[in-house]
Design a protein around this ligand. Structure first.
Ligand SMILES: Nc1ncnc2c1ncn2[C@@H]1O[C@H](COP(=O)(O)OP(=O)(O)OP(=O)(O)O)[C@@H](O)[C@H]1O
Ligand SMILES: [Mg+2]
Length: 447
């Protein structure tokens, strides 16, 4: 399932805006990235998508289910009503719906038409009725407020997790770590019940080593591996793929109930992780958990289908992680469509086939591929940002002008000033030194 097109009318800062999302005929990947300065309208686009998709999720739960309304404050100032139109492609079939909202007491220019949400939901409900383990599409929105790791110290009652519960809070708060924890614990309990306990395996290993019967030992290990919970394995695998050096996510009961993870061989409480590590683990763990819940019979639940919206995808990430985030998302979750926003030049310069749009004052422009461009070029060309401090930039330009005009004493004085202020290895100053030396030699030769 994928969103092929979105159109906004009188919404946020957009009067009328159409956006085609990847994959398109020219960009075959599943990734669309929105860039643009603060207030450009990136979050408004993601929120509109989430609001619109909430109607499909609600109708999947029940016939007459109602999703979230468009909040009144996002109706364009001065307009009487706003509308979000989406076109969804699901296994070759198109579905389109319109969600509208008008101001109280105003004559609306738009009206909702949600028939197709029911048609699409009905399709999935029919397949769920025929097979209660049929796969459902993941639909999730991760807003910037997504990183709260709310780990309950006590779990009062055990939940039973239904497949449809994979949609719980998926469009309003993103990561639901409390549920993640409860779900993980529940599945781990049943995994532990099903598996041959480690102590028993150890004892058996000793006996078998003595009798040298390798075949029996292998058979036992096979039994143990098949008892591993496929859904938990999916979550653990996703985290390991995303975060090299991290493994073995577990719920521990001592000294008190907590979740632990091994980092480079050391076992840590997840609360001890850094903000960036927590945020990535929570995001990836949440996507993987929801996919696992929605695809109970898929051999690899991470290959489930879905739509994932992430605001400020590089939030808290070191440049090294920001650079590879899209590649990691698409290799870990190959069948999900991603719509992302970012302020980082690194995010969009590391992947070949991403559809990038620049937003400026409510205007949307497709950006040519930035694959392989250095961060400074992306900053200058696409994000229209100086690559260094503006005052220093002006003084370096002045220095170049002085050298070119042959005012070498003044150039030397300015160079000395800049050398005293900037790091010794500054490339622009090294170039200026060479240029100045060349000019001095040329002048000496001519005299
Ligand atoms: N009802 C409205 N009418 C007119 N303009 C609006 C309305 N609501 C929001 N805006 C405009 O939209 C902007 C908010 O857009 P949005 O939150 O999508 O920006 P953004 O691109 O996500 O920015 P940031 O990078 O800071 O998160 C506001 O700055 C405001 O100018
Ligand atoms: Mg925003």
């Amino acid at each position: 399932m994928e969103i092929s097109k979105l159109a906004l009318e009188n919404l946020g800062r957009f009067r009328a805006q159409e956006i085609a999302l990847a994959p398109t005929t020219s960009v075959p990947s599943n990734v669309t990235v929105l860039i643009g300065n603060n207030g450009a309208g990136k979050t408004s686009i993601l929120k509109s998508l989430a609001t619109s998709l909430s109607w499909f999720v609600a109708r999947l739960r029940s016939d007459k289910g109602a999703g979230s309304p468009i909040p009144e404050e996002v109706i364009l100032n001065g307009a009487a009503s706003a509308a979000v139109h989406v076109a969804i492609l699901d296994h070759g079939v198109f579905f389109q719906w319109t969600l509208a909202r008008s101001r109280p007491g105003k004559k609306a220019e738009h009206s909702s038409s949600l028939h197709d949400t029911a048609r699409l939901a009905d399709k999935y409900r029919t397949s769920l009725t025929a097979d209660e383990h049929a796969s459902l599409p993941l639909i999730a929105f991760y807003p910037v407020e997504r990183v709260v790791l709310d780990i309950p110290l006590k779990i009062k009652e055990k939940h039973s997790f239904l497949q449809l519960d994979g949609y719980d809070n998926s469009l309003n708060q993103g990561v639901d770590f409390r549920r993640f924890f409860e779900w993980f614990r529940e599945r781990e309990d049943s995994e532990n019940e099903a598996a041959v306990p480690d102590e028993v395996l150890e004892q058996l290993q000793k006996v078998i080593a003595h009798t040298r019967n390798e075949a029996i030992w292998k058979e036992l290990q096979k039994i143990n591996a098949s008892a591993k919970d496929r859904q938990l394995t999916a979550v653990r695998t996703a985290i390991e793929m995303f975060m090299p050096g991290f493994s073995n996510l577990k719920v521990r009961r001592r000294p008190r109930l907590h979740m632990s993870i091994d980092k480079d061989g050391e076992t840590l409480n997840v609360l001890q992780l850094s903000q960036g590590e927590k945020s990535l683990m929570a995001l990836v763990g949440d996507i993987a958990r929801r996919l696992a819940m929605m695809n109970p019979t898929l051999e690899n639940p991470l290959h489930g289908d879905g739509i994932v919206l992430i605001d400020e995808v590089d939030m808290h990430l070191h440049p090294q992680w920001a650079r590879t985030i899209i590649a990691r998302l698409t290799s870990t979750f190959p069948n999900c469509q991603f719509v992302l926003t970012t302020h980082s030049p690194l995010v969009i310069s590391d992947c070949k086939d991403v559809l990038v749009y620049a937003l400026d004052n409510g205007e949307l422009t497709p950006v040519p591929s930035q694959y392989g461009q250095d961060a400074n070029t992306v900053l200058l060309d696409v994000m229209h940002t100086d690559i260094r401090n503006a005052t220093i930039n002006t003084r370096i330009n002045d220095l170049r002008d002085l050298i070119e005009d042959g005012r070498l004493d003044a150039a030397q004085a300015l160079l000395n000033e800049l050398q005293a202020e900037l790091p010794a290895q500054n490339l622009e100053l090294a170039k200026a030194r060479l240029l100045l030396r060349k000019e001095e030699l040329r002048r000496a030769k001519n005299n």
